[in-house]
Design a protein around this ligand. Sequence first.
Ligand SMILES: CC(C)(COP(=O)(O)OP(=O)(O)OC[C@H]1O[C@@H](n2cnc3c(N)ncnc32)[C@H](O)[C@@H]1OP(=O)(O)O)[C@@H](O)C(=O)NCCC(=O)NCCS
Length: 219
Amino acid sequence: MIDEILPAAVTSGESFWDAADAWLFPEEETALGEVGGARRREYTTVRHCARRALGGLGFAPAPLPPGAGGAPRWPDGVVGSMTHCAGYRAAVAARRSDVRTLGIDAEPHAPLPEGVLEFIALPEELARVGRLARRFPEVHWDRLLFCAKEAVYKAWFPATHVWLGFDGAVISPESDGTFHARVLASVPAQQSSAEREFAGRWLVRDGLVLACALSPGHV
Ligand SMILES: CC(C)(COP(=O)(O)OP(=O)(O)OC[C@H]1O[C@@H](n2cnc3c(N)ncnc32)[C@H](O)[C@@H]1OP(=O)(O)O)[C@@H](O)C(=O)NCCC(=O)NCCS
């Protein structure tokens, strides 16, 4: 499903349940620590998905432990992203020579809890989401905005190592399944070349919202 919103250079793996044959490398085990239950299952299954995405690029299975800020560490020359929510796990990967950075997020397609939209949205985003909700009431635009923001953060952070709050980027979703993001946060001088614009695509299907944010020129 997620491949529908990915450009050709990006490979993916996804699962709608936890894979019984999924396994972890020792360094992934160490990073996970002594946790069990749902957290262990999502962490393991999403790495199973990620190894499928890596395989699609021609890479052998490799350890993908969390690194700085929780972002997964990918093999040299690879960029990627992972997401999990109830009933869904997905990972995407691309060669760094093809895509500078990317991020994905999945959420249940349901309204955000009371008060959350006002917390995460900038005034212009609130206005836009309100307009879209009046025209296309079948989409939970508040959740879609949240999902796109998380995808942008997952694309932004590995490229900059700079924290981004919910007011750190303006997201402009369109009804045609695309969105645009402009980061407002400042970055350290040595990272000033970091691109602040992201192009994105979104999809609502089977009770889920999926979003992918990419450095421009890839959507
Ligand atoms: C990190 C964050 C984006 C994760 O999103 P989430 O919806 O809670 O959870 P998801 O299941 O979709 O994603 C979790 C995966 O994201 C990845 N991830 C975690 N931190 C990350 C980071 N700093 N950069 C990139 N990817 C990260 C990991 O692979 C993680 O899975 P894992 O721990 O099993 O490896 C979220 O918890 C967060 O901190 N958000 C605040 C920052 C933000 O979104 N700002 C908005 C800017 S406009």
